[in-house]
Design a binder for this molecule. Sequence first.
Ligand code: CA2
Length: 149
Amino acid sequence: MTHQVLVLNGPNLNLLGTREPDVYGRDTLTDILADLHEHAAKRGAELRDVQSNHEGVLVDALHEARGWAGGVVANLGAFTHYSVALRDAISAVELPVVETHLSNVHAREAFRHQSIVAAVCLGVVAGFGRDSYVVALDGLIRYLERREP
Ligand code: CA2
């Protein structure tokens, strides 16, 4: 069975590869997503990806995913730490969502240690750079496969 997965990326992640390479690496989001699409195909999954700097666009993408996706890999960027709207959207759509971060948020500033969405997510992956997306996707696929009748 082909698993349909939404890959959500939040604010400023469109700037990856241009600044702060020591924290976020040198790859652009386009590079990371191209590899992730390739990896997904090998695992029998299909991805649709959405990047937005706007909270409401991310909320809408989650709502729409109800109609077609089995799960979501989500790097919500800074919204992770304070967006009640995104937390409510994750709860409302009842899809398994994996909170994903390039950096180890727990080794950074105190305000990044708090996630408002983690409690309504299936799991959390952080600190593996671009590989965080691969680990998150594999974990999600394994979960979806176990859940199949
Ligand atoms: O580690 C992650 O993936 C984060 O979700 C990235 C967010 C940050 O607010 C979270 O605490 C952790 C920030 C993404 C900003 O991306 C930039 C990319 C290039 C240059 C500057 C920022």
